[in-house]
Design a binder for this molecule. Structure first.
Ligand code: CA
Ligand code: CA
Length: 750
């Protein structure tokens, strides 16, 4: 281990504390001091500081230096003076990405094979295990100071209003000297749940260490605390290197931003998806990030079909503002490095945790008022009142929660996501989104900046005039190996007496000198049954546990448009075998296979407003069953009762003066229909048999239909009375609330 400058300081102190020095002694001491100061400068720590900056839920082409229209001058400048990886990979989702980057392992090996749920298997505990070390734990014994600002999300957040949480797996217990941020993975940007300083939950209002002059905004808070750690380090620990992890939650939902940042993008997206996407394609091509031979994936959204255009455009304006604010903060971090003299010898790497997010968060049905009331309508929260909700029911100053189509995003009490169509723009030119391991889910920019350590030219760089591009595929697992390499230390075999899983990644040092990586093994992916293997130019990939493998040549077709699995069966078979071997050795099992055989729910009685989901909904899969409903205030349209959605389920409904009962199993829809009997009160009964459906009213048979009406598997959507929400079972409108009255509904499974 290297001698640290601080070791010398201790010895200086001893010498100077001699009370009296004879004359000869002072001459000798002068010589010694000269020698020591000479060796001090020659031994001054040459090892770089390392800062990893990660953003949340962003697409490959969002930032300026990867083709985006969002203004990111600070990241662009880092790219120009540093380098850009074209094929860096994350894991496709928040928790596994964080587990992997922190530990240098595949997420399953760190115990985070999915998210924060505990499924009983070692690879799926949902809590960072002790068979791994974090980069902070690995670098600390080598003399690095360690700081973190931002989102943790590798231990379950156990929200607690009393503020006495289980801190055993928080950053300070995993190698970090100081921490500011959130334990949970998502929340308000104006009042995040699980906000924490070191080991203490805090509120934006009661944190003595950070009270900004303007509005408290989480992205700014992450940047400002990161800056503070750099400046404090220069004051208190100068001469020692540091590792800092800055994990932004921008631009994850909810779309929250500051008005001044949103104003910059007002009107920028009024033209809709196509112009934004085409401009990105043009810039990606001009930047040499999109070769001509790649076929850009089709656009998902059709602007002509968008009813609330102003609202839809505003979602992207706020998203852009969130990214813009983050870039401003990264500018302040880079300035702090300059101000403290650490700019030249700090490796800063920026990347994203997963691709653009197509989740429907906060979209659809209106919750709360469409417009903000003139004044707060609820009591304000107290200064010390902790936020424990991911979706707070009100803002701290008392405005009620508002979400759903048409609620303009941005303010603290709104909870909106930007939706699938914009996510498709974010992920230009790639397929799929966050969750999947096609390129749209796992491809991220990686901008590396290190004046002292990155060459301006290298044999495997592609020159662009705006900073070199670097094409070797690399992955989050490589960040630990890189940190170990640069810190000139060893990856531990044991830590706190426990054996540590061998690191999976390789050092990225060759990249900084412009040399290709020699990995000698493939890179693997698994999330929610989505699987992939990247080996050289080949990528084998599949969606979900049951679907077939697809094979792509990433040099010719990184947009994954031409599946070569039938043309190259030997390559596909070999890679599939590599996947199985890899997965087995790491305790990875087919997603969801841990679910135990559920107890059958054979009888459910329900009233209006009742919802029975998951294991509490009737076990109608592959079973004969009867639905009976007592209805009054007829005639009226709408769904009397439903269970399931567009893939599996059943529904009893009135449409166009007829009573219908249908079952759906995959593509097969079986419907029994009859004229609605006269009379305001009716007792309906539908029986699903193996080969037919029988529909009765008041005990009298009114319709029979032959077919195969059994439902193939348990429906995902709940059993609901008076409505069908989410996916629709039958052919009726999305707005289908029953206009009459449902007294009761009973489902009996045979
Ligand atoms: Ca994420
Ligand atoms: Ca449904």
């Amino acid at each position: 281990m290297l001698l640290r400058p601080s070791d010398f300081r201790i010895r200086f102190h001893c010498w100077f504390s001699f009370p009296v020095l004879p004359k000869d002694m002072s001459r000798i001491l002068f010589c010694i001091l000269t020698l020591v100061s000479f060796s001090l400068s020659s031994l001054a720590d040459e090892r770089p500081n390392i800062i990893l900056i990660m953003s949340d839920d962003m697409g490959y082409s969002d930032i300026g230096c990867y083709g985006g229209e969002i203004e990111t001058p600070n990241l662009d400048a880092m790219a120009k003076d540093g380098l850009r990886f074209t094929q860096f990979y994350n894991t496709g989702r928040c928790c596994p990405t964080r587990a992997s980057l922190l530990t240098g392992l595949y997420a399953h090996q760190a115990g985070i094979g999915h998210m924060m749920g505990d499924y009983g298997l070692p690879a799926y505990k949902g809590d960072l295990n002790r068979s791994c070390v974090t980069i902070a734990e690995a670098l600390k014994p080598a003399g690095y100071r360690t700081y973190m600002s931002g989102k943790w999300h590798v231990t379950p957040y156990r929200g607690d209003k009393a503020g006495n949480p289980d801190t055993s797996n928080w950053p300070l217990q995993r190698g970090f000297d100081r921490f500011f941020g959130t334990i949970h993975g998502a929340g308000s940007f104006f009042d995040p749940n699980g906000l924490t300083r070191d080991n203490q939950h805090i509120t934006p209002e009661n944190d003595p260490d950070y009270q900004p002059e303007g509005t408290w905004y989480y992205t700014d808070a992450i940047s400002d605390n990161a800056v503070k750690y750099i400046k404090d380090h220069a004051k208190q620990n100068s001469g020692e290197p540091f590792f800092q992890y800055v994990a932004y939650t921008a631009a994850h939902w909810p779309m929250h931003a500051l008005p001044e940042d949103i104003a910059k993008y007002e009107g920028k997206f009024d033209g809709g998806y196509s112009p934004a996407r085409q401009a990105r394609i043009n810039r990606l091509k001009a930047m040499k990030l999109l070769p001509d031979q790649w076929e850009v994936v089709p656009q998902v959204g059709n602007w002509d079909d968008v009813k609330l255009k102003e609202w839809e455009a505003a979602c992207m304006e706020v998203y852009a503002a969130m990214v813009d604010n983050m870039d401003q903060g990264i500018g302040r971090i880079m300035q702090a490095l300059k101000d403290t003299g650490e700019y030249d010898n700090t490796l800063v790497m920026y990347f994203q945790d997963n691709g653009g997010c197509a989740e429907t968060f906060g979209r659809g049905k209106l919750v709360g008022p469409l417009e903000r009331p003139e004044k707060p309508t609820l009591p304000p929260m107290g200064k010390d009142e902790l936020q424990t909700e991911m979706i707070p029911p009100q803002s701290r100053d008392g405005y009620p929660l508002r979400r759903g189509d048409g609620v303009m995003p941005g303010p603290p009490e709104t909870e909106i996501g930007y939706g699938r169509n914009w996510a498709n723009v974010s992920n230009t030119p790639f397929r799929e989104y966050k969750h999947w391991v096609h390129e749209g889910g796992i491809a991220t920019p990686l901008v590396a900046h290190w004046p002292k350590g990155i060459s301006s030219q290298g044999e495997d760089f592609r020159e662009t005039g705006e900073g070199p591009l670097y094409d070797s595929p690399a992955h989050l697992i490589d960040l630990m190996a890189t940190a170990i390499d640069l810190a000139k230390t060893e990856y531990p075999k044991e830590f706190n007496g426990k054996p540590i899983t061998a690191v999976e990644g390789i050092s990225l040092s060759p990249a900084f000198g412009g040399k290709a990586l020699d990995r000698g093994k493939p890179i693997f992916f698994e999330h929610e049954g989505n699987r992939a293997v990247r080996d050289g130019k080949w990528k084998l990939v599949a969606k979900g546990v049951k679907s077939d493998w697809e094979l792509y040549d990433m040099e010719q077709d990184r947009t994954e448009m031409n599946n070569l699995v039938d043309q190259k069966p030997e390559i596909a078979a070999k890679m599939a075998e590599q996947y199985e071997t890899w997965a087995k050795a790491r305790g990875i099992v087919p997603f969801g296979s841990w679910k135990k055989e559920q107890k059958k729910v054979k009888h459910v009685s329900a009233k209006p407003g009742d919802t029975f989901s998951g294991n509490s909904s009737p076990s109608v899969a592959k079973s004969v069953f009867t639905v009976s409903a007592q209805v009054s205030e007829l005639p009226a349209d709408g769904v009397i009762a439903s269970q399931g959605g567009s893939n599996m389920g059943w529904a009893l409904y009135v449409l166009d003066g007829k009573i219908h009962f249908c079952t759906r199993s995959g593509k097969s829809l079986t419907s029994a229909s009859a004229e609605l009997p006269k009379g305001a009160n009716q007792d309906f009964e539908a029986t699903v048999q193996r080969k037919k459906i029988v529909l009765k009213a008041n005990g009298k048979k009114i319709a029979t239909v032959d077919g195969s009406p059994l439902i193939g598997s348990h429906p995902q959507d709940p059993f609901m009375v008076g409505i069908d929400e989410g996916g629709l079972v039958g052919n009726y409108p999305q707005k289908n609330d029953f206009g009459g009255r449902v007294k009761s509904v009973e489902v009996v499974v045979k």
